[in-house]
Design a protein around this ligand. Structure first.
Ligand code: SF4
Length: 165
């Protein structure tokens, strides 16, 4: 039985990208480790670990936590922002955990990808959207089989493509 406490930022990102991908990940079916994107992601993670302050709290793992003018800022660095919505939901999940788990008052989010900076607000409206998503992820992960494969544009660059296609 999968429950909400097992949800990670990566799973939220996958859910916002492809529900089938999220199901596979939640069921520990791992993506092709030789895939270029997976290899790049690992290399980025290694660099981040060496150079950035990393804060880990249970399933909370992001690149940087800082304090600016009285509020906290969580920063994530992304190699690309092909799916901005998924990246925003992932960061919102971290902000949500910080606010609900550590009782921090005001937490803002920042995604940096090259020269692009995307801000994520800790608003009630955003949290309502996220809570809905967390409920849906729990439901999805408890399904006995993954959602049916339907070919999408993103499939061609997905690390699970050998599994699905
Ligand atoms: S190949 Fe397509 S359907 Fe399969 S997990 Fe990736 S994005 Fe989803």
């Amino acid at each position: 039985m999968f429950n909400k406490e097992q949800i990670t930022g990566t799973l939220v990102n996958y859910y916002a990208t492809c529900k089938r991908e999220a199901w596979l990940y939640a069921h520990h079916i791992h993506a092709d480790q030789e895939d270029e994107n997976v290899a790049f992601g690992k290399a980025m993670a290694d660099i981040k670990e060496q150079n950035l302050q990393e804060f880990a709290f249970a399933n909370l793992k992001f690149d940087k936590l800082s304090k600016e003018r009285g509020h906290y800022v969580v920063t994530e660095y992304k190699k690309s922002l092909k799916n901005e919505y998924a990246a925003k939901m992932q960061l919102l999940f971290y902000i949500y955990l910080l606010k609900t788990g550590l009782n921090l008052k005001e937490v803002k989010g920042k995604i940096i990808s090259g020269k692009k900076v995307v801000l994520v607000e800790d608003s009630d409206e955003n949290f309502a959207i996220l809570e809905q998503i967390l409920g849906e992820i729990e439901e999805l992960a408890n399904m006995p089989v993954p959602p049916k494969f339907e070919h999408k544009k993103i499939c061609d660059n997905c690390a699970y493509r050998n599994y699905c296609i």
